[in-house]
Design a binder for this molecule. Sequence first.
Ligand code: SF4
Ligand code: SF4
Length: 529
Amino acid sequence: MEAFREIFWNIAFGSLVLYTLGAAALGIFIYAIYRRFRLWAVGKPDKRWDNPGKRIWDFIVVGIVDGLFHRRFFREPYPGIIHFLIFAGAGVLLVGTALDVIDHYVFHFISGNVYLGLSFVLDMGGVMMLVGVVMAVIRRYIQKPERLNTVLDNAVVLTLIFVVVITGFFIEGFRMLIATPEGLSQPEFYSHPEWARWSFVGYFIASFFAGLPESARLAWYIGLWWFHAALALGAIFYVCLSFDKLTHIIVSPVNVFFKSSRPKGALTPINIEEAETFGVSKIEDFTWKQLLDLDACTDCGRCQDRCPAYLTGKPLSPRKVIQDLKTHLLDRSSALLVAKVATPTDGGGVKSLIGEVILEDELWSCTTCRACQEICPVFVEHIDKIVDMRRNLVLEQAKLPETGEAVLRCIETRGHSCRGTTLTRTDWTSGLDIKLMSDDSNVELLYYVGCAAALEDRSMKVAVAMGKVLKAAGVKFAILGPEETCCGEPARRLGNEYLFQMQAMKNIELFRNYNIKRIVTTCPHCFNT
Ligand code: SF4
Ligand code: SF4
């Protein structure tokens, strides 16, 4: 006789009720996703199907490196371990359940050593989840790091996971005390303790209740089984209705699949000729991907912890920006789904996106450094949203801080962004014998110096060093000197896409005139232009 597992033992109508309600839960879940899908579809188009082969490959790589091996999560060990324990434990239990279903309905293979090994692995999975939940509770309710925004949903989710796993272990314990499948003279705990010990948690629990009369053990077993099933199904219904924390299991991978394939630091261009309005002033002005981002965010706060604006006391938290946008989207969801188009002040009392949902000060506090996007485990794209709202402020409402306005004016009138400089674009070349393109354009490459390195005292050292390196390497190069004009990136990041594109066209024209094929730059802004 080999060890094996019997499911639904002595549970009258267990499979019927479970599968019926399970199917209902699945239906509701699909409907919840569909409803959310319609909400995302309210957003503007965004071509995220480009290069599908590369997308699929990137998705697999990210899935393995950041999903399975938790690279991004482990950058912070404690929260990383919590996530890993819950994620891996749940994965083990999910796979175990799927194998049980295959074993029961397709072909029988879980018996003997396979059964014993699987029992051990499944118990390990449950233990991992419990440890993860306890660590999460300690972190969220005892340590209380500033970045965590604790709401009722967190308590509900942690409690559900904990109770579902614990009751699962108790059922396991009572099953080995009561279930006497065909071929066994007594339940597993009494007849084959060497088998039962492989389910080490269940065995441990069973040892406390082994002395109960059979009727009591049976009552406990059946009662716990129904309680566990109701709780597990209730959890699915809760996820469908709240569409909150746990839905990131579905939405986050989708968000990863559609993540930006642009080079890091590059912003989305506007078609100036065809655009009817500039930037984003209403939630429905965002693209569908930007709306999807809002649901993918797990409110983990990692971005807030890395944001230099937040850390230096500026009125900006990237986590809060995303969560505030999400709340606003949900507040407006009914109107958006019915009308698809509505003005920010329609319907009475609708908050305006810029000024009420997101404050102007928040938008102007962002340095667009990208630290938030680098750390975000689900690849939320914060900067595009912030810049899109800035674009609306600058291009539609002519609103921007005085310092920003002065920079834009400087670029427009003087072709550079360094207000107040008395230097020229060639002062740094003094004594270095560096050629100008206007003198000799027969060179291997153009060194595009950029405003700061040419015109700002501290940064000039960078240009000097680069010039020396290129000369020492024997590279035939030249600079544009007085012909060089700002790449336009500062204007772009401030939201003035129009001025940026003007500058870009001027530069492209210049490059064409000199038939320039290769460009090097030491400035990250010029590089990202
Ligand atoms: S890009 Fe903006 S929001 Fe993100 S970390 Fe940098 S300053 Fe903060
Ligand atoms: S945007 Fe990303 S890093 Fe920030 S709270 Fe959301 S999931 Fe976490």
